[in-house]
Design a protein around this ligand. Structure first.
Ligand code: HEM
Length: 295
């Protein structure tokens, strides 16, 4: 405990002592840079694996669906109950709320598409230990300390405008990744049905405007925060990355046993699709072998 108090004091001092104080968003980014660099590499690796089969990809999406769902639902609950939130925090939560950023319906739409006839229920409870734990943690922590929502909103929304852009480009460049089924009538439509998470309801090229609006709102609201609240928000940002790590650890365990059967199944499908070519090529090889042996 004394160690924790010292750490919080040191953080507060760094934050207060700077002559040109960074904004809270900059302070979060600086303080989590090491953790971001690690998760960045891990997520890209997992993402590349997920791009081999959408059934692996959708497992990753589910884990993060629960995170967005938990903090956005708690946010809405706090806004619906002004009496339970300090007025300066209530005003901050109101100023930052922008329905265009809201990801729960968007991610649910992606999952509904990827699950297709198998069915995805957006109201379903988290079904793994880490998914359950992160949802419980978010609900409890944000209800007790609503100012921590600033860390969640900054990290999870800004992530989509930065790394998210790269990931969606990789996804769209991957051949034969999206399953084509109803309501999509073509591969291009399937791409649209499966990438809502990364798309914001603004005109093409105006995403930066939405991102900047959020960043400006963060700068405006931080003036009303106490130093203790700012320190806790920055501290919570690191905690968020630890949770991301736990979710990715768990994803590794979920996906590992799925990989081999999926590769075999995919190989079988490819063989069936190109059966004639395989037979012709095989016959040709056999012919060459006989010819070589005979001479
Ligand atoms: C759970 C995973 C991740 C989280 C929570 C996360 C979060 C963030 C946040 C909060 C920022 C700061 C954005 C801003 O202030 O505008 C950021 C920046 C960035 N992220 Fe990530 N990120 C994640 C994964 C990734 C991945 C997988 C990539 C690469 C594909 C990536 C690439 C970047 C880049 C290029 C920047 C911009 C850096 C800069 O402008 O200095 N991130 N990320």
């Amino acid at each position: 405990m004394p160690h924790q108090v010292d750490e919080e004091k040191a953080l507060a001092e760094v934050f207060i002592a700077q002559p040109h104080r960074p904004s809270i968003a900059q302070a979060i980014n600086a303080d989590t840079k090491d953790l971001h660099d690690t998760i960045n590499v891990r997520v890209v690796k997992k993402f590349e694996l997920g791009l081999n089969d959408y059934r692996l990809y959708r497992q990753g999406v589910i884990s993060f669906y629960h995170v967005y769902e938990a903090f956005e639902r708690t946010w809405a609950k706090l806004l619906a109950n002004p009496a339970g939130v300090p007025p300066h925090i209530y005003a901050a939560l109101q100023a930052l709320a922008d329905p265009r950023l809201s990801r729960t319906p968007q991610i649910a739409a992606d999952l509904e598409y990827f699950y297709g006839a198998e069915g995805f229920d957006p109201k379903r409870a988290p079904d793994t230990p880490q998914r359950k734990a992160v949802v419980d943690y978010i609900e409890k922590n944000l209800t007790e300390k609503p100012h921590l929502l600033l860390a969640y909103a900054h990290i999870y929304y800004m992530a989509l405008f930065a790394g998210g852009k790269i990931l969606v480009r990789m996804m769209l460049a991957k051949k034969d990744f999206f399953p084509v089924h109803k309501p999509a009538g073509s591969y291009e439509e399937a791409q649209k049905f499966g990438t809502n998470m990364f798309l914001f309801p603004v005109d093409k090229g105006k995403e930066e405007g939405l991102r900047n609006k959020f960043k400006d709102a963060m700068c405006e609201v931080e003036g009303a925060l106490t130093e203790a609240e700012k320190t806790e928000i920055i501290k919570e940002a690191r905690e968020i990355y630890f949770w991301n790590d736990r979710l990715v650890d768990e994803l590794e365990k979920i996906c590992e046993p799925m990989v081999v059967p999926l590769v075999i199944e995919r190989g079988h499908v490819i063989f069936k699709e190109h059966q004639t070519k395989f037979i012709i090529f095989g016959t040709f090889l056999l012919f060459c072998l006989f010819y070589y042996c005979a001479h």
